[in-house]
Design a protein around this ligand. Structure first.
Ligand code: PLP
Length: 390
C-alpha cells in the first residue's frame, strides 16, 4: 500500500511515488542516500497505518519510552563556516557516516528533545520549541558547530511532526517525542571541528519515561561519578554528557533505585541534577531548584515550572542546595521533557534513605496538572507557550 497523507502533500508539493514493484529497491536507495542532498521525496509503504488511517497501528495503551520509529525524519546539511540552507523530509532510515566523522571520533554532537501532544478536540500542539532552538544554538557555540536558525529549527520540528501525524498518540495516551540532533558528520582525523554538519530530526510516540510510571522515584546520590564540572559542557545538551553517567545509572538501577542524583564536582556538597532531568525541593511555601550556572542543564520544563509555581503563589529560589537540606524537605520532584514532572519518594545518601511526603495534598501534583493542562490544551495557554501546527 502506498500512503500519501494530505499533510505531507501540502508540505512537500508534488511527490514522486514509486510503483509497488519498485518500492522496495527505491526505498533502499533512498535510505542509503538519506544523508545526501535530495531533490525528490518518495513515500514508502506506510504499512503501519491502522484501518482509518488517522492513527498508526500502535498499542497506545502500552507505550513506554522506547523507540517506535515514526515514518519520517528531517535532514539538513551544511559545511563548516557556512550556514544551513534548506532541509528535506525523508523516510526514517539509516544514515551513512564516514568512519572518521567528527561525531564518531570526538563526540562533536548535540541533541534536543521536545514533544507534540494531541488535544481532546484533535489539534496538535508543540511546547516552546523555540526554547529548544535557542538551547541548541548555545550548545553549538560551545561545541564549535554551525546551528540552524531559530526559524529553521522550529519549522523543521513542525514539518517532522506534520509528516508523522498518525504517530501522535490519542489524547491522554502519550505524546510524540521529537529528537533533533546536530552532529559533526564530516571526516576529520586530527582533533578539530568537523568540515561538515548534519541537522536531523526523528520522532517516536512515547509514554512514561520511568518504569515507575507516575509512582514516586527512589533516587541515589552518587559520590564518585560526576556528571559535569565547571568549565565543562554540563550546561548544554552535548551527547558527551550522557555515556559517562551510564555506569552510575547501571549501578543504581542494579540496587533497585530509579535513577541517580549527582553532586557538584568541586565540593561534592550541593545537589545538581538527575541523569536526564532537573530536580526541585519543597519546604513549606518555598520551592528550590539548583541554579543553572554551567554545570546544570537549563531545562525548559524547569523554567516553565518555576513560572507556574510563582503564578500559584509559591516562593521559588534558583540557588545552590546543600545535600544536607534534603533531610528537612517536604517534597521533591524531577522535571524534563521526557520525564514530565515526576515525584521523588526517597533519596538515598551515604546509606541513609530520606523519605518525602507521598500522600495528601501534594505541591508537585498541582504544578504538574497546570503544566500538562497547558501542554495538552485543557487549560488556556495565556503564556504563548504552545504552538498549534495543524
Ligand atoms: C541532563 C538533563 N537535565 C535536564 C533535562 C530537562 O530539560 P528539559 O526540561 O528542557 O527537557 C534534560 C532533558 O532534556 C537533561 O538531559
Amino acid at each position: 500500500m502506498i500512503q500519501r497523507t494530505s499533510a505531507l502533500r501540502s508540505l512537500l508539493g508534488p511527490l514522486r511515488v514509486p510503483s509497488l514493484s519498485s518500492k522496495i529497491s527505491e526505498y533502499n536507495w533512498y535510505t542509503s542516500q538519506a544523508a545526501s542532498s535530495l531533490q525528490e521525496v518518495i513515500i514508502p509503504c506506510a504499512s503501519s497505518l491502522s484501518g482509518d488511517d488517522e492513527y498508526a497501528d500502535v498499542d497506545w495503551d502500552n507505550l513506554g519510552f522506547g523507540l517506535t520509529r515514526a515514518d519520517y525524519m528531517f535532514i539538513m546539511k551544511c559545511f563548516k563556516d557556512e550556514s544551513f540552507q534548506k532541509g528535506q523530509i525523508s523516510p526514517y532510515g539509516n544514515i551513512e557516516l564516514n568512519p572518521s566523522a567528527g561525531v564518531l571520533n570526538y563526540g562533536q554532537g548535540l541533541f534536543e528533545g521536545t514533544k507534540a501532544q494531541r488535544t481532546e478536540d484533535g489539534r496538535i500542539l508543540l511546547f516552546r520549541p523555540e526554547q529548544n532552538a535557542m538551547r541548541m544554538k548555545r550548545g553549538a557555540e560551545r561545541m564549535c558547530m554551525p546551528s540552524p536558525s531559530i526559524d529553521q529549527f522550529v519549522n523543521a520540528v513542525k514539518e517532522t511532526t506534520l509528516a508523522n501525524k498518525p504517530w501522535v498518540p490519542p489524547p491522554g495516551k502519550g505524546s510524540l517525542y521529537i529528537r533533533p540532533l546536530l552532529i559533526g558528520s564530516g571526516p576529520i582525523l586530527g582533533l578539530g571541528p568537523a568540515p561538515e554538519y548534519t541537522f536531523l530530526i526523528y520522532a517516536s510516540p512515547v509514554g512514561n519515561y520511568f518504569k515507575e510510571g507516575t509512582a514516586p522515584l527512589n533516587l541515589y546520590i552518587e559520590e564518585e561519578v560526576v556528571r559535569a564540572s565547571p568549565g565543562g559542557a554540563g550546561g548544554v545538551k552535548s551527547i558527551t554528557n550522557y555515556a559517562p553517567v551510564l555506569k552510575a545509572i547501571t549501578k543504581a538501577k542494579g540496587r533497585g533505585f530509579s535513577d541517580v542524583l549527582y553532586l557538584d564536582a568541586v565540593n561534592k556538597k550541593y545537589i545538581e541534577e538527575v541523569s536526564s532531568c532537573n530536580i526541585f525541593v519543597i519546604k513549606g511555601n518555598l520551592i528550590s531548584t539548583p541554579a543553572t550556572n554551567g554545570t546544570v542543564l537549563d531545562g525548559i520544563t524547569q523554567k516553565s515550572i518555576i513560572e507556574i509555581a510563582r503564578d500559584h503563589g509559591y516562593q521559588v529560589e534558583e540557588r545552590r542546595i546543600p545535600v544536607d537540606e534534603l533531610i528537612d524537605a517536604d517534597e521533591a520532584f524531577c522535571t524534563g521533557t521526557a520525564v514530565g514532572v515526576a515525584p521523588v519518594g526517597s533519596i538515598t545518601y551515604q546509606n541513609k534513605r530520606i523519605e518525602f511526603k507521598r500522600e495528601g495534598q501534594l505541591v508537585w501534583q498541582e504544578l504538574y496538572s497546570t503544566l500538562v493542562g497547558i501542554q495538552t490544551g485543557r487549560i488556556e495557554d495565556k503564556k504563548g507557550w504552545t504552538m498549534e501546527i495543524n
